[in-house]
Design a protein around this ligand. Structure first.
Ligand SMILES: [Zn+2]
Ligand SMILES: [Zn+2]
Length: 249
């Protein structure tokens, strides 16, 4: 039925949606409601994919405003985003190729609703708590699934962190922001990020923090160039198969 979206069950409540290996969304199914965390590139009907798993009302939450996570919002009536990423989400929603595809398929971006990190989302027997983590984007939103001790991190915490984009925080500031939320290592056991094949241990937060501090301290003599579509950046290894990409000086 779906050529791009492949769904894998992670635990009794959590499903990983892989969009052709390009980005990852999640479905968290409570007793009363289900949450869609990130909607990926939008080439296929994400709501229909979720409906193969659950008939419950759906709440859509974006971890951040980048196109490869929000374009699938077009299959829903509304979607939450952290207030500090609203400008970015609006900017990406205006990409001409995206607007052309929307017009072709008679789809449009629904309104973004600001996510209130002071409120918890009760799915019925499962609770999602939002945590703000700027760095990759200004309004990065982590979601803690309290009962299952899983932290959804989008692109804010992963094994290939992009800090080379315009609007990303420099490594030292990103480390300061991360340091403030290190209490989460006591509240979660696993991370599910926005380009994942499965879970990562929560200790990835400690590894990432150490890597960011190394960049801040200039311990970058062995770092390599990193080519990306915007040009050349640098990459700093921080754990097995893990790098932080950052602008070259
Ligand atoms: Zn991404
Ligand atoms: Zn991103």
């Amino acid at each position: 039925m779906f050529e791009r979206i492949k769904i894998t069950q992670i635990n009794p409540h959590v499903y990983l949606m892989d969009d052709a290996g390009e980005s990852t969304g999640y479905l968290v199914v409570g007793e009363k409601k289900a949450a869609v965390i990130d909607t990926m590139n939008g080439w296929e009907d994400v709501q229909a994919a979720a409906r193969t798993i659950t008939d419950l009302p759906l709440v859509v939450i974006n971890t951040h405003g980048h196109c490869d996570h929000i374009f699938g919002n077009v299959y829903f009536d509304e979607a939450y985003v952290h207030p500090d990423d609203l400008p970015l989400a609006h900017e990406h929603s205006q990409f001409p190729e995206f607007l052309a595809e929307c017009e072709k398929h008679n789809l449009k971006m629904p309104p973004f609703k600001p996510f209130d990190v002071n409120k918890e989302i009760d799915l019925g027997g499962l609770t999602l708590k939002g945590i703000h983590l700027p760095g990759h984007t200004p309004g990065g939103l982590l979601l803690l699934l309290k009962e299952d001790r899983i932290l959804f991190t989008g692109d804010a915490i992963n094994r290939h962190l992009w800090l080379q984009l315009d609007g990303c925080l420099p490594a030292g500031k990103a480390a300061d922001a991360l340091e403030k939320i290190m209490y989460l290592t006591d509240e979660a056991d696993f991370i599910l990020h926005g380009h994942a094949k499965g879970t990562d241990p929560i200790s990835l937060m400690n590894d990432l923090l150490r890597g960011l501090r190394e960049i801040e301290a200039g311990q970058t003599e062995n770092d390599l160039p990193y080519q990306w579509f915007g040009g050349e950046a640098r990459q700093h290894p921080f754990a097995k198969d893990s790098v932080i990409c950052y602008p070259k000086a």
